[in-house]
Write a protein that binds this ligand. Structure first.
Ligand code: ARG
Length: 458
């Protein structure tokens, strides 16, 4: 395709330079947004009598045909064009003649690309939000199923206190809810129309920017034309929100890898979401979780690329900004596929409640409750803590768990112990005694599930 900007030069460019400059291989995915933006622009030009009604109709119909033909496969995007904006405009002119050349009145590719990207990312953001909602819903389902399955809770990856698997799972729901909230917040700033900023300084035509914004469903217009074409903050903040989504999925992945190992045996992944080894017949590998963990680095890399691209750029448009697209598209593509995998993987995961309980019984994770037992009988906590520690040490020496010691043995440490201590250190009692707001007892987990489900409904 010839260059739309041929004039000052004859438009011929060195082949390597031309390929280097071209963005159509990655911006062609914005064809729909480009066409919709152009339709709104033509409608505005006509409403303001900048072009005639008849010309606008021809242009809008021509654009609608191009859209239909791309979608139906009748029109193939020509990858020799410089970018998607050029391709659409040139195809229009090829089809309807010189009237097509009126479309670019009172705009520039600088505001056009900023608009297309905002419209495209708005849809992508909605898709990620929907997927997050589905994942949260899958997590709530599993949390409900395992709301009373006792497992050890960890700090420093050392068994710490008894919790339920449902409670642990719901922690991830909370993180993902915040991710949705962050995307909603970024969406608000995404909904600003840069079109009409033109190259950088606005235009001499009597345009109506609000009209165009409204037609495109955008809530506001950029109030400074230089900022309108220079701003890529929205890419960075979206990528930052996506990085956090990946951080959460990566932590979850790490736990799934651990839990599904023979050392833990807390969960079993469905065959659909595991792979075998080419040499070791016994293997069932959690590749999906590992890949999600691995792909987190890509999205962080995308964020770093975007931040670095923008840093030090003078106002207004610079070609460096063409680099925004591959990074932000990659971040969205990666997050979307990871969420799809996660939704399936979590939906089909099964927990081994017996093994979790066995692990919970092994690590003296009711030692805090033993100290609390003494404290509730009037002993100062520090003293109770010390006695409980001595009892744990005794158990380790004797290779016993806390519930295996006799009352006589307990009384050799403190006369305060009575028969009711066994109930106090029972793991189910320990879990269900943690009734504090947000705690691990079954009712609290139920409340969390109810809260989260209500949140994702709206
Ligand atoms: N392909 C370009 C980009 O993605 C479009 C804007 C071109 N503007 C220009 N002044 N060369 O940034």
């Amino acid at each position: 395709m010839g260059k739309i900007w041929a004039g000052r030069t004859d438009g011929t460019v060195n082949k390597i330079a031309d390929d280097f400059n071209s963005s159509i291989s990655f911006d062609s995915r914005m064809y729909k947004e480009d066409i919709k933006g152009s339709m709104a622009h033509a409608a505005m030009l006509s409403a303001k009598n900048i072009i005639s009604k008849e010309d606008a109709e021809l242009i809008i119909d021509g654009l609608a045909d191009i859209l239909n033909d791309i979608e139906s496969g009748k029109l193939r995007i020509d990858f020799s064009a410089e970018d998607i904006h050029t391709f659409v405009e040139q195809t229009l002119t090829d089809r309807i003649g010189d009237i097509g050349k009126k479309l670019h009145t009172a705009r520039s590719r600088n505001d056009q690309v900023a608009l297309d990207l905002r419209l495209y990312l708005n849809n992508e953001t909605q898709e990620v939000k929907d997927k997050l909602t589905n994942l949260i819903s899958a997590i709530c389902g599993k949390a409900e199923e395992y709301k009373s399955a006792v497992m050890p809770g960890y700090t420093h990856l050392q068994r710490a206190q008894p919790i339920t698997f449902g409670h642990h799972l719901m922690a991830y729901s909370m993180m993902l809810l915040r991710d949705i909230d962050r995307l909603n917040d970024a969406k608000r700033r995404l909904s600003v129309s840069p079109i009409g900023s033109c190259a950088l300084a606005g235009t001499t035509y009597d345009t109506d920017r609000e009209f165009e914004a409204q037609k495109l469903g955008l809530n506001e217009v950029a109030l400074n034309s230089i900022d309108g074409v220079s701003d890529r903050d929205f890419c960075i903040e979206l990528c930052s929100a996506l990085s956090l989504v990946m951080a959460h999925l990566s932590r979850f992945s790490e736990e799934i890898v651990l839990w599904s190992s023979w050392e833990f045996k807390f969960v079993e992944l469905s065959d659909d979401f595991t792979t075998g080894s080419s040499i070791m017949p016994q293997k069932k590998n959690p590749d999906m979780a590992e890949l999600v963990r691995g792909k987190t680095g890509r999205v962080y890399g995308d964020l770093m690329a975007l931040l670095t691209m923008l840093k030090g750029l003078p106002l207004a448009y610079n070609k460096d900004m063409q680099e925004d697209k591959e990074s932000i598209f990659d971040a969205f593509d990666t997050v979307k596929i990871c969420l799809d995998v996660f939704i399936g993987m979590i939906g089909s995961i099964t927990a081994n409640a017996d093994n979790m309980l066995k692990a919970a019984k092994g690590g003296f994770i009711n030692a805090t409750d033993l100290a609390d037992y003494l404290t509730k009988k009037g002993m100062p906590f520090r003293t109770a803590y010390k006695i409980s520690g001595e009892i744990v040490s005794f158990c380790i020496k004797e290779n016993k768990t806390l519930d295996e010691l006799t009352l006589k043995e307990y009384n050799s440490f403190s006369k305060t112990f009575e028969n009711d201590l066994y109930d106090a250190i029972d793991l189910f009692t320990c879990v269900n005694a943690r009734k504090s707001l947000g705690g691990t007892c079954v009712q609290s987990v139920e409340k969390q599930i109810e809260y989260v489900r209500e949140k994702i409904k709206g």
